[in-house]
Design a protein around this ligand. Structure first.
Ligand SMILES: [Zn+2]
Length: 105
């Protein structure tokens, strides 16, 4: 008997590459219309290691992970970390020595 159940199976990220056939466009130029590229399941991506299209269910997950990573990068570019030195703007924290010591006589 083979034990195939492992603890906490985590989805692996598959290295993707641009489909060479459609050059990552996901469509190819037909006679009148753009046609979905059948070399990459019309995704524009293939498995980098084999150059083959991913199965549709796997493809959806892999594209989602890429999209999430890309979205995170965009968010980070839009909101550069505001926690570094300089972020805490010291606004008018002035402890003035109060007034002149006037001694009249
Ligand atoms: Zn293609």
């Amino acid at each position: 008997m083979k034990k195939s159940h492992g603890p906490a199976f985590k989805k692996a990220v598959i290295e993707l590459d641009k489909c060479a056939f459609c050059r990552g466009r996901a469509v190819i130029q037909g006679l009148f219309h753009d046609l979905p590229c059948d070399r990459c399941n019309a995704s524009g991506w293939v498995v980098a290691a084999t150059g083959e299209a991913l199965a549709l269910d796997e493809l959806v997950t892999q594209l989602s992970m890429r999209l999430q990573a890309a979205t995170r990068q965009i968010e980070q570019m839009k909101n550069p970390r505001a926690t570094g030195p300089g972020a805490h703007y010291q606004a008018g924290n002035r402890l003035g020595a109060g007034g002149a010591n006037y001694t009249g006589d």
